[in-house]
Every structure is written in structure tokens, then in C-alpha cells.
Design a protein around this ligand. Sequence first.
Ligand code: UN1
Length: 492
Amino acid sequence: MTVELQHYLAGRWETGDGGLLTSTNPAHPSETVASGRQAGAAEVGHAVAAARRAARDWARTPAHERGAVLLAAAAVVEANAGDWGLELAREEGKTAAEGRGEVLRAAQILRYYGNEPDRSAGEIFSSPRRGEKILITRKPLGVVGVITPFNFPIAIPAWKIAPALVWGNTVVWKPASAVPLLAMRLAQALDAAGLPAGVLNLLIGPGPMGNDLVSHPSLDGLTFTGSTGVGRQLAGQAAARGVPMQAEMGGKNAAVVLADADLELASEQVLFGAFRSTGQKCTATSRLIVAEPVADEFLDRLRTRLAAWTVGDPTDPAVQMGPVVSEAARKSILAGIGTSVQQGAQVVAGGGADGAGGYDGGALAEGAFVAPTVLEVSGAGACANPAWREEFFGPVLTLRRAADAEEAFGLANDSEFGLSAAVFTRDVARTLEAIDELDVGILHINSESAGADPHVPFGGAKKSGYGPKEQGAAAREFFTHTTTVYLRGGAA
Ligand code: UN1
């Protein structure tokens, strides 16, 4: 069944006045999931104006009332987890189980921020002067632009929109055009929960609409998750206009398996980190560094686990890995594998029917399927190989062998990105070294490189992030500004 695509503007569901947009099922590209007219250029202005009109009342609404809307929306999202999880699988390509998990995660995030008003809203300092206190209060930025990627079509929007709203901002949201249905679902939940008109505006439109949004003179902040190229471009525009921006961009996350690691655990977690959601997470494991003495045994275990995985239609409960999001993504990932192999990478596991990530013939040839693939790079060209350097954003894991922990940590840091890493070891001294040495925003010891809880900061080091981090108390830093109040009694 095809859903009619609609925009949520000033509290109303409307048809856009731009060109036709269709989202399709990447497992069966002839199947349409949602279809309708995109937002036109003028609608960005309408949405920002609606958000501006709603801003003052919303900022004055007691925080607990704002939170109550998020809590009510969490209940709606949770009640629909099964259906929306299935829609997510059809629109994005992750398995229905992962889709349902993501929808439940969105509910958990809405609930976390729904309870934010019960947490501290500022600070109080002593004053060096008699009869005075110094307070730091928090105020919303105003109208915030939210630009979200295809790969977590409901959880990432929830973790940006929920803190924006609870801290009293109003929002204009542009989701990735590959996943408009899931965006509509989140907006429907907030609408059903009683969000006042104009507080959230959803515009489904093409990429360049993000530029229109950031260059709108009335925008007070922008939060973005997506590719490094787009993020840097938007950051340039935001900086030129003095608009605060928060950007979560690429990753080339390493899993380091040291010689003393529990290889059973490590091989399971590396499999999950690299191939769940078809590797389409900015936190996915895409580099694997294994201590030489255990490398062959580790690879054997990984191959055995991979062999037990079924690739196919993500709505089939027997399937562990679905397609990538689109044919264009499939082509680009296969081209990346091809160039890497030409430059000396070896296919050591997986690789599909043609040994290089593709599927020849059969049901899988019809959809945007890429086989889970493990490449190995070694020798002089290893550091320059695209499979080692570039984010493919698909199910491709690149192995290097390291003599010892020191070399392994050095290799893990050999990237312009620094989002997350995983280290597998039972040695406390090595763990402490990893915590000190690895240049990443998120470090997992003995668990996969992906995954994030809503109450702690999320974001990367180096080129992975720009501006304040997301989630937990870090979200408050971005979505508010402070007023420092020198407070004295009125008497002389
Ligand atoms: C996760 O690791 O579960 O775009 C979340 C991304 C990240 C979110 C990762 N911003 O993949």
C-alpha cells in the first residue's frame, strides 16, 4: 500500500507544491512506499514563519507542559512500534526487528526528554559581593532547523527534535528524502500528542532545501546529521551567518581485537557492529585491527558467523541483513570495493556471488543488495587504500593485522574521523591505555562500536563532529543559550 506523502506545516497536513517524490522499497525497487509532491522553495519560508509565530508562546509554556507532550508522543510511538518498524524496514532496508527496535528507541528518547524538566535547568553560583547570588538560566535558541539522515529515520529525528522542543525551541525539520514515511509517523505522533500549531514543521524535499533552510534569515540554529561533505558545506553557510550549528558526520570506526580478547565475544560484536543495519550507521565498525597471534583464529570465527547470516528481504524474520538504502548507494559501495581491490585489498570473507560484494542473478540481484564483505589491506599501500580511509556506508569491513597493542592503537587513530571505536581485551592496563590513546568521541570496551544511550553525550572527535555534541546534558548545551543573572535584593 502506498502512503500519500504530506507535509506538516503550521499544524496542518498539506500537499507540497514542488515536484513528485516517491520512496521505494530497496529490496523490491518496483514497490512504492510513499509518494506525493515535495515541498517547494516557498514552503521553507512558510515553515520558518510558522515556527517563528509559535516561538514565543512555546518558550513561555511551562517546561513540564512541553515535556508532557513528548511523554504523550512517546506512548503513541510505542503503541505503533510493530507497524512502523515494518514500514521502516520497507522504506530504509534494515530488518523489521531492527526497525521495531529503532521505533522503540525513539519512544525511549521522547520519554527521556519528556522528563527533562525534572532535571536541573541551570546553575547557581556564590557571589563575591554581599547580598548577591549569580544564576545561570537557560533560554531556547528560537527557531531551529533540523536536517536528518536516512539511516535512523525516526530515532535520530527524535533525539534532535525532542531536546529542541523541551527546551522551548520551535522546529523546521527536513528529513532525508529517502524516508519520508517514517518522518511523517513521528510528526503524526507529536501532532496526536497535542503539540501546538507551528511548533514543529515537517518539510519533505530535495537536498538543496537544506541550503535554503540554513540561509533563511530567521533561523536561530541548525542541527544536522549526514555526510561529511554536506555537513561541512552547511557549516560554512551557518558560520557565515553566525548561526550556531551542531553536526554529526562521518565515521571510519575501528574495532581493535587484542591477543588476550575473548574471541567468541569479539567475533559476535564485530559482526553486529559491521553488518547490522547493513553497515549503514555512522557508528558502524568499518575497520578491524587484530593482533597477529589471534588474527587467523578470529577470522575463522567471523567467517563462520557470516556464513550463518541470511541476506534478503528485511521483512522476512529469517533474514539478518537487508539491502542498502538505494541502487545509487549499492553502486557507490560496489565501486568503492572495486577500487580498493584494484589497489591491493584482498577479499577474505563474504563478497557475494562475484566475490566483490555483488549478487549475480536471483532475487537479490533485483534489490539494492551488497554482500557482507571483509577486505584485508597490508603492506606499503595499506594506509592509502580507500577501504581503509573512506567511509563506504555499507557492509564492508577492512582488516589490518597489528603486531601488538601499541601498533593497533596507532592504526585505530590513523583516520581523519574519530566517532567511535571498540576495543576487545580483558587486560585492565591495556583498557586504560585505550581510554587515553584513542582519539574518539565514543569508546566501547568489549562491545560493538555502534549504539548510544540517550542520557550521555553522543558525538565524535576530529572530523566526525562539529559544534556541541548530542544527547544527555550535551543536548542542553546546544539547544539553549544562557543568561547570567547577578541577583541582588532591591534595598540600598
Ligand atoms: C547508533 O550507533 O545506534 O547516523 C546510533 C548515525 C549516528 C547514530 C548512530 N548518528 O548512524
